[in-house]
Design a protein around this ligand. Sequence first.
Ligand code: TYM
Length: 325
Amino acid sequence: MRVLSGIQPTGRFHWGNYFGAIRQMVDMQGEPENAFYFIADLHALTTVREPERLRANIRDAALDLLGLGLDPRRASLFIQSEIPEVTQLTWLLLTVTPMGLLERCHAFKEKKARGLTADAGLFNYPILMAADIILYDSDQVPVGEDQLQHIEVARDVAGSFNHLYGDVFVLPKGKILEKGGKVPGTDGEKMSKSYGNTIECFTELKAQRKKIMRIQTDSRPMEEPKDPETDPLYQLYILFASEEQKAEMAALYRRGGFGYGQIKKELADAAEAYFAPARERRAYFESHPDLVDDILREGAQRARAKAAEVLLRAQAACGVRSLPK
Ligand code: TYM
């Protein structure tokens, strides 16, 4: 079984990225040949147009991922653009993709609905993502809920290609966690860089505490019992809590008579303790840049070997690159 996932280097990773995807990626590591994780810099080009910033983001992404527990002895970490086969496969897949399938994809639909002009890169973004997945014969794709639609697209186009040309591609499956599939931000909406409601995994501690203290809560009187399930502060708290702490907190909400300030303080303490070992690991990798380069290079080598094999299989199946090898 091969696990694969990607994450865009569009800014520092936040709790949504971590609890939705990165934690699963870490838990699913095993052999470096079977766990492929990459920094999706080609996807990020649809939003980051400053080369210096993109380069710095890619570096930060690698450090964040290694800090958060990606282990180069148990997974391959690489940069998407180091694998040119991915854009070649994208073209093969585009030739079997109906326009309507892409028109229904939410990133493009939302941008259009907001009256913004979308470029062809954004429109075709799900097919580059499909190629990312299909190129390595991936079975499982751990992600947050918002990416499930894209994995369905990958499954659909892989299926169409197979239908036309035989059994060429493995059909991938998305994997989301019940707790963490959709992490709310400080305003209660989905945590997202584009909504400005994020709490990053490695923010400086004082700034992190400040963000947590600003999480929006309702203004009902303290005494009133409250439903924990609809409260974003509770949803964030349980990401860090044990089952026992979770049950206690839920009971407190239902009883009423508490202040949100106290819960925010507990959340800040829990988050600080939770990410402390990751901060240390990140600092280690930050002070060993050559080691990080080696990890990314070796990861790309392993990924490329697999990519070349699958691309050739696809090319042979559809009749291109037909000169004898
Ligand atoms: P990206 O970079 O937007 O997000 C990376 C991962 O974080 C998850 N995530 C969340 N999960 C729960 N709650 C949230 N609030 C939250 N916000 C983000 C995302 O679901 C994702 O798993 N298109 C992808 C990158 C990509 C990819 C791939 C992923 C490119 N190729 C191939 C998997 C397989 C993206 O934009 O994720």
